[in-house]
Write a protein that binds this ligand. Structure first.
Ligand SMILES: Nc1ncnc2c1ncn2[C@@H]1O[C@H](COP(=O)(O)OP(=O)(O)OP(=O)(O)O)[C@@H](O)[C@H]1O
Length: 486
């Protein structure tokens, strides 16, 4: 048999052309990557190199660290093997690799039983294989897990407070800072009566409280009660913007809290007739019915019950018990009338903050903690399922100002870089807004008077009703349900 020379030429030319095309594609691909690398700034180049390594070795690495799903299937239709044979197939999660300024972002598709937990378990091995200090894992959405091979941890980059002005939004949500992707993180504030902020000394609690103060102080719809258990000068200048203020004098603190409690019971009595709702958050806070934020820094100072039997110890013990009861009631019953207690403490274990107070707080924030017990005391036992967000990981000084928390609209826990707010910035805002201080008890008395039949302001509507156009007239029949009015 002779071979047609034309066919012979075809047999050699086609592979040569295919090879040539493949070589051109590979060269263009390499050149594109090289150009991208050369054009990238020096900061991102190490991440690009690590990204190349991750992409080119992914299949092998995944198999070595156990991120592979094995299944038994029939051979594909085009296979030469008979369809009766069962073959083993190894499935490795598909990945998309992108270089970022802080490292490499690897989006991996989940496969079978390979999900968030399996990736989290393999994170240490992946960090070794990729030669990076740390790999963090989070579920972005069902079916997609994001691995972050960190060359620099973005959370270690400090930020400072930008001086945003107060808006109604700040009353409803608390801007806490940014996450590891620089995305803003907020904490729920609407309908919250208790917040616990805990963490080792010097890790940013006071700065976080300063930030909250700066967000809220410019609003006439907020009045503060500031209590500084440290007794130092930290809050001296902020006191100008406070309705009530105290340092570490237990009796004065107890008396202030008793006045807030009086406000709470007064508001509970007349909220329905004055506002026409059972929950002020449904209507919105205002200058005449302001949110009362009670900040108690070093809160554990005031809950310490004395064991001594001498008269002085007994007196101190009685004050501590009264303070505990007042705070407990404010947290338990203050939600619907716009009273919010923020407790800051180094340790939130039951011996420092009574559990009947701590466990009723809807929001918890934890800076670095030395023990799991301390972290669980603040954030609850769920935190043990989030090793990456565990406050024990934050003990390095680079994480001063980073806290773990349950953020609004996000599943699980989130690590947040809170902005640093200098005392000077907070003091300036306190001085500029000192004129907004009002006595909420007096405001309540005015509102109740205006509301009473025959009250002076009744016919004209009064300042209270002008500020609350949504409030029901006092003569409206009681509503059966509690409807949001905005
Ligand atoms: N968000 C932050 N970013 C950067 N640095 C911060 C931040 N917060 C605090 N710091 C630094 O840490 C120091 C201590 O912060 P802060 O007083 O807020 O800690 P603390 O937890 O309240 O301590 P303590 O329990 O002793 O009151 C600050 O003076 C500042 O230098």
């Amino acid at each position: 048999m002779t071979i047609d020379p034309n066919h012979l030429r075809l047999l050699t030319v086609v592979p040569a052309v295919l090879l040539g095309v493949a070589a051109v594609v590979a060269t263009v691909w390499l050149a594109a990557h090289l150009v991208r690398y050369l054009l990238a700034d020096a900061e991102i180049r190490p991440a690009i190199r690590v990204g190349w390594r991750i992409r080119s070795t992914w299949r092998r690495t995944a198999m070595r660290v156990g991120l592979v799903q094995t299944e038994r299937v029939r051979p594909p239709l085009w296979s030469s093997r008979p369809q009766t044979v069962v073959v083993r197939r190894e499935l490795v999660p598909a990945v998309r690799v992108r270089a970022r300024r802080w490292g490499v972002e690897v989006d991996a598709a989940t496969v079978g039983r390979l999900g968030l937990v399996e990736f989290q378990n393999a994170a240490g091995h992946l960090a070794d294989a990729w030669r990076v200090p740390q790999v963090r894992v989070a579920q972005v959405r069902p079916g997609l897990v994001r691995l972050r091979a960190l060359l620099i941890d973005p959370l270690t980059q400090p930020t400072t407070w930008g001086g945003q002005t107060a808006t109604g939004d700040h009353l409803e949500t608390w801007s806490a800072g940014v996450d590891a992707d620089s995305q803003p993180v907020t904490i729920r504030s609407s309908g919250v009566s208790g917040v616990v902020v805990a963490g080792l000394a010097g890790f940013g609690k006071t700065s976080l409280l300063n930030a909250r103060f700066c967000q809220l102080a410019p609003s006439p719809a907020v009045q503060f009660v500031l209590i500084d258990g440290k007794g130092g000068p930290d809050y001296d200048d902020l006191f100008r913007r406070a309705w009530l203020s105290a340092k570490d004098d237990p009796e004065q603190v107890r008396d202030h809290l008793a006045r807030v409690h009086e406000l709470m019971t007064g508001r509970q009595r007349c909220i329905r007739s004055v506002l026409g709702v059972k929950n002020v958050w449904h209507l919105g806070l205002s200058a005449s019915w302001p949110l009362v934020v009670v900040v108690i820094d070093e809160a554990h100072t005031f809950f310490n019950e004395s064991k001594g039997t001498d008269a002085e110890s007994k007196k101190r013990d009685a004050v501590a018990r009264q303070t505990t009861r007042l705070v407990e009631e404010l947290v338990r019953k203050g939600r619907n009338v716009g009273i919010q207690v923020i407790l800051a403490t180094q340790k939130a274990t039951g011996d420092a903050i009574p559990t009947k107070i701590r466990d009723n707080c809807q929001v918890a924030v934890s800076f670095a903690q030395r023990t799991s017990e301390a972290a669980t005391a603040v954030l609850g036992s769920d935190i043990t399922g989030f090793p990456d967000e565990h406050p024990r990981r934050l003990q390095d000084p680079a994480y001063i100002g980073v806290a773990s928390m349950v953020a609004a609209g996000r599943p699980g826990f989130t690590l947040v870089r809170t902005p640093y707010v200098s005392d000077e910035a907070a003091d300036r805002i306190a001085a500029d807004t000192a004129g907004l201080v009002r006595d909420p008890l007096r405001l309540l008395a005015d509102a109740a008077r205006a509301d009473r039949p025959g009250g002076q302001d009744r016919e004209g509507g009064g300042s209270f009703r002008q500020e609350h156009p949504a409030a029901l007239p006092a003569i409206s029949p009681p509503t059966s349900g509690e409807e949001p009015r905005r």
